[in-house]
Write a protein of this length. Structure first.
Length: 294
DNA sequence: TCGATTTGACCTAT
DNA sequence: ATAGGTCAAATCGA
């Protein structure tokens, strides 16, 4: 699969997860009896999740300016706000008996349709497979590998919905509460094809966590690819590198990654960091890039 | 040996 | 009554 398309998929998923997180944090907005949102930490968290969401939106906006890698790809997202709320008659207690579960319709779900079974940054364990009525292909059931050790309740279902071209529908249920996300790398490729130097942003979760975001979000480190070998840097075998081409850059911002200009490179990193850490300041769905000062 | 997958049984929501 | 989500024993394979 094309690297750019993978990156796009991950951005879409990140965007959706951020939306879900924001919905969770804001869920008590209308509840007069609950003043949890007055808590300064909660307000801070709400602001952060809004910024994270906006960052994903901005990055997707940039991708959309260069949509070539999306041409053969269709992603359908269900806004979690459109999901039917849980049946009020349902008890919130989780029964410990076999076969007790919430049906997917009553739970928060996100659906994606893609040409390959979606790869995400979580480890899944298959726990079931069922033939579905009027469906040619059976549905596979996965739960988070950390259900037992961390109690993560996230599950997903993958079902092939079309033969040619192969089309898979992935339905995510629940939110990940585990902290064991797989490592990510983003390559800042050099625009010169003759130059083999490539900068990697490595999201190694063994690094120190970012103090400004959730503790589960790893701090990126930037490594020149030439030095990766020296550092015995081993790319994830199960994931291709995520490539951020230097060409689809912001028209209005200095985001060319070149080695000839240290200043430009640092500016680029600042912009990238802005994308990663949501330091672009704007209201929802607006794009107002606020350049870093200093 | 141990973790992951398979698969039939079990159970609930519709 | 039944479709579909989950469990858990059996099986696989590294």
């Amino acid at each position: 699969m094309e690297n750019g398309r993978k990156a796009f998929e991950e951005l879409v998923r990140g965007h959706e997860f951020a939306k879900q997180l924001r919905q969770i944090i804001n869920i008590d907005d209308d509840d007069d009896d609950n003043n949890i949102n007055d808590d300064s930490v909660t307000v801070f968290a709400q602001n952060l999740v809004t910024k994270v969401l906006n960052s994903f939106t901005n990055t997707l906006f940039l991708f959309n300016k260069y949509p070539s890698y999306q041409s053969h790809h269709h992603i359908q997202l269900m806004d979690s706000s459109s999901i039917t709320p849980s049946n009020p008659h349902n008890t919130s207690t989780i029964k410990d008996r076999r076969g007790c579960y919430k049906r997917r319709r009553t739970a928060e779900t996100t659906e994606e349709v893609s040409e390959t079974p979606t790869i995400d940054n979580h480890q899944w364990r298959k726990y079931g497979q069922k033939p579905i009525l009027n469906a040619k292909y059976s549905r596979n059931y996965y739960r988070c590998s950390h259900k037992l050790d961390q109690g993560c309740q996230a599950t997903k279902q993958v079902q092939r919905v079309q033969e040619k071209p192969p089309l898979y529908k992935t339905t995510y249920c629940g939110h990940h509460t585990c902290k064991d996300q797989l490592n990510y790398e983003i390559i800042l490729d050099n625009s010169s094809p003759s130059d083999s130097s490539i900068f990697l942003i490595n999201f190694d979760n063994t690094k120190q966590d970012c103090p400004f975001l959730s503790s589960s979000f790893p701090s990126p480190s930037i490594i020149k690819r030439d030095e990766c070998n020296k550092q015995e840097f081993i790319p994830m075998s199960s994931f291709d590198h995520y490539l951020v081409s230097p060409h689809p850059t912001l028209d209005a911002s200095p985001m060319h990654v070149t080695q000839s200009s240290t200043l430009e490179f640092h500016q680029s990193l600042d912009v990238m960091a802005g994308v990663m850490y949501g330091s672009l300041d704007h209201s929802d769905d607006l794009f107002q890039f606020q350049p870093f000062v200093g």
